[in-house]
Design a protein around this ligand. Sequence first.
Ligand code: FAD
Ligand code: SF4
Length: 469
Amino acid sequence: MSQNVYQFIDVERIDPPKKAIQIRKIEFVEIYEPFTEQQAGAQADRCLDCGNPYCEWKCPVHNYIPQWLKLANEGRIIEAVELSHQTNTLPEVCGRVCPQDRLCEGACTLNDDFGAVTIGNVEKYITDKAFEMGWKPDMSGVELTDKKVAIIGAGPAGLSCADVLVRNGVKPVVFDRYPEIGGLLTFGIPSFKLEKDIMVNRRRVFSEMGVEFQLNTEVGKDISIDTLLADYDAVFLGVGTYKNMRAGLDNENAIGVYDALPFLVSNTYRVMALTQPQPFIDMQGKRVVVLGGGDTAMDCVRTSIRQGANNVICAYRRDEANMPGSKREVKNAREEGVNFMFNLQPLGIEVDSSGNVIGVKVVKTALGDADAAGRRRPEPVADSEHVLAADAVIMAFGFQPHAMPWLTPYDVELDQWGRIKAADTEFAFQTSNPKIFAGGDAVRGSDLVVTAIDEGRKAADGILDYLNL
Ligand code: FAD
Ligand code: SF4
């Protein structure tokens, strides 16, 4: 570490450079260049090691941030990657997609006056570099038990549960209906934020650790949960939330109206050169209106740009300051040519005589009183209705828990919103069926990668306790 205590002033915070805009607008590749060794070291050296690591406290998995920043600065990459895996199953993913401005970096002591340490990018650098150096988790000290656990869902929750179990000698078998692991990491989050080979590499790493994957296998259809309960010592549900929310607009099932996730999944199948289960959803040459203001909406507008849409509008009912999407992603979308229209509430979809979308009827809004969550409610402004012309409309209003009829007979209680109840029982993340555990979006509602990782890891601890290991 540098002896210069004012390193945080002498060395400015930098983010890695972005690729040229002409390339960004046509390619489905990550937009940020990697840090060089020198950049990662210098940025890590800006950490004050302030003794009150708010960053660590605000990070949902409580990463040992100042410690691995120091190791990265000293070039001790293998020690850094080992330390980072003590708390996080997928640090290279979190480094890329966590909303750091709201989490670790938002809590950094340097944030307000000098620019936070670029924690996420150093985290990504450590893991990428370690893999490049041939690092893999050391499993030599693991004592195998005769226990095995079925994990439903290969998203971050399921993978994190499998990671902790296999490191404790329990055999995890992970079932997923998709042809690749990752859940939304692979099929939701586009490759300009997270390239697809990252999870392919992780599948190799997990398999070498002893995790077994049964892909293209839907529980409830291709295999019953009865079989899993009979053949395994416990079951973990990391099934996510997959019901697309709608707004109840007139004509919202018109030809040319799409839900966000099928659009993004279809694009991923194309990027990964997989056989499309449904016709490809193509925005080339179209005027696209995306409704919503969260990260999913940002992924849809930026995917539409890369597909060659003529014009892409993001219409959101509050103002920019109240958008739920990460500021970094809004900035990236704007740079790529997305036209943001704030304070517009959709009223209905306009169609032609054949039922095709021709526009979205909207009304201007003004922000009124705060709601129960403290956010000011958008209220319609009289006589301000108008139509935004569109050939395609994408609804990006978020997700709710989907129905799981295959689970109904097994005494797994759900809450009033359909989320699996799992946090307050005898063992961490145990459901009302003692043999079934759950975590991630299916339990907390649609949230973040890092919170799914946290719950998958804690559920694994609960399963180990339940199995008396
Ligand atoms: P999922 O990732 O949804 O994984 C669930 C898995 O279970 C899936 O693979 C599914 O196929 C499988 N499954 C479900 N039912 C069955 C069954 N019956 N049989 C077999 N398999 C089954 N978070 C961030 O932190 N940063 C971001 O930038 C970000 N961007 C996002 C962008 C989009 C478009 C979306 C939709 C979400 C985004 N998120 C982001 C949220 C994040 O991806 C999720 O919170 C996280 O993936 C949840 O993890 P999970 O393991 O609980 O569920
Ligand atoms: Fe920050 Fe996310 Fe990494 Fe935690 S896991 S240190 S919140 S980027």
